[in-house]
Design a protein around this ligand. Structure first.
Ligand code: B4P
Length: 191
């Protein structure tokens, strides 16, 4: 099993690229954002509790996403590895993931980091708001908050992963196909 993290600020293209990469490398794509939105659409108690947090652009509690990911890892068989998208988002979530993988004889093999500047992120998310109907894309103040939360709570994971030799930065500006090739070239070294 080879396990990748795909990492970057909101709007950097994690979800977009993950779908294509998971197919190419036979990986299970685990997106905590998608899992949480599925809970909201299904109207579950968890979804009801999390929707207001997500609409403000804040992070949901660590234990919620850690539990979701653990359940998915244990119910998945027959793939070459995992592609974690949008998880971990805090250093505590990273430590929990490492522990979870270690207990199952696995590890994080590579952290792919999509690098995109602030103005491009805002432009993409505002454009997506027109089609997605996502409440966290509609309000420019919420987009700014998501970027701030990324810088303060999520970006520290990069230092943690640099120390562990996992960090692979990739230019996230350009066409979706060009970025896919850049990411694939890095991933090929691991599979
Ligand atoms: P996510 O679903 O992870 O949302 P995101 O950060 O906005 O990224 P996403 O993957 O959707 O967008 P992408 O960059 O692909 O999280 C949503 C919320 O859930 C969080 O704010 C938080 O509240 C909660 N949450 C999720 N995980 C959590 C965790 N682990 N802990 C706590 N809370 C958690 O794409 C953006 C747009 O750019 C798209 O429209 C796309 O078409 C476009 N795009 C992509 N690539 C492009 C390119 N090369 N050029 C132009 N446009 C491009």
């Amino acid at each position: 099993m080879v396990n990748f993290l795909i990492f970057g600020p909101p709007g950097s293209g994690k979800g977009t690229q993950s779908v294509k990469l998971a197919e190419k490398f036979r990986l299970v794509h685990l997106s905590t954002g998608d899992m949480l939105r599925a809970e909201i659409s299904a109207g579950t108690d968890l979804g009801k509790k999390m929707s207001s947090i997500m609409a403000k652009g804040e992070l949901v509690p660590d234990e919620v996403v850690i539990e979701m990911i653990a359940a998915k890892i244990d119910s998945t068989r027959g793939f070459a590895g995992f592609l974690f998208d949008g998880f971990p988002r805090t250093v505590d979530q990273t430590a929990a993931l490492e522990k979870m993988l270690e207990a199952r004889g696995m590890k994080i093999d590579c952290m792919l980091v999509l690098e995109v500047g602030h103005d491009e992120l805002v432009k993409r998310l505002i454009l997506r708001a027109e089609q997605s109907g996502r409440p966290d894309d509609k309000d420019p103040a919420v987009i700014e908050n998501r970027i701030d939360v990324y810088r303060s709570k999520t970006e520290p994971i990069i230092d943690y992963c640099i120390k562990k030799g996992l960090y692979k930065p990739v230019d996230g500006v350009g066409s979706i196909d060009d970025i896919f090739v850049r990411l694939s070239d890095v991933m090929k070294e691991f599979v």
